[in-house]
Design a protein around this ligand. Structure first.
Ligand code: DQA
Length: 144
């Protein structure tokens, strides 16, 4: 099985940005833990983070050629704005799991709208950085 963990804008700043909301783990800390879980499950795992919408779109499109089975995606700020990223996921038809470290429902009104939740296999929001591990376990057990 092949899984892509995709992170959107400002998630490269984890561990530095708004620690009261996002905690003190860096993205690298999170990825290391995910890599261990993946290895134990004979799963090939790839990580990608970008602050640029078009780069995230390109990586989603290229996932078809790379035969990615599932995507774990924290679209970050693009969650609430990006029709283009939604369309990319619909185009490739690769099952994906949406992750938010914070509980987006209980924050500002503009964070309540997600362009992804209705097409995601499952949404993990408000579990802190553990949400990535929950999503990975779900993806590992996912049968289309
Ligand atoms: C986030 C929530 C988004 O509203 C925000 O723009 C982020 C991170 C989260 O993981 O809680 O950058 O996706």
């Amino acid at each position: 099985m092949k899984i892509l963990v995709l992170n959107g804008p400002n998630l490269n700043m984890l561990g530095l940005r708004e620690k009261d909301i996002y905690g003190s783990d860096s993205l690298n800390d999170i990825e290391k833990r995910l890599a261990i879980i993946a290895e134990k499950n004979n799963c090939v795992i790839d990580f990608y983070q970008s602050n640029a919408e078009h780069e995230l779109i390109d990586v989603i499109q290229n996932s078809l050629n790379k035969k990615v089975d599932a995507i774990i995606f924290n679209p970050a700020g693009y969650t609430h704005t990006s029709v283009a990223l939604r369309d990319a996921l619909l185009a490739v038809k690769i099952p994906f799991f949406e992750v938010h470290i914070s509980d987006v429902e209980s924050r500002e009104d503009f964070r309540k709208k997600s362009y992804f939740s209705d097409i995601a296999e499952k949404v993990f929001s408000g579990h802190g950085v553990k949400g990535y591990e929950l999503a990975l376990n779900e993806a590992l057990n996912f049968n289309r």
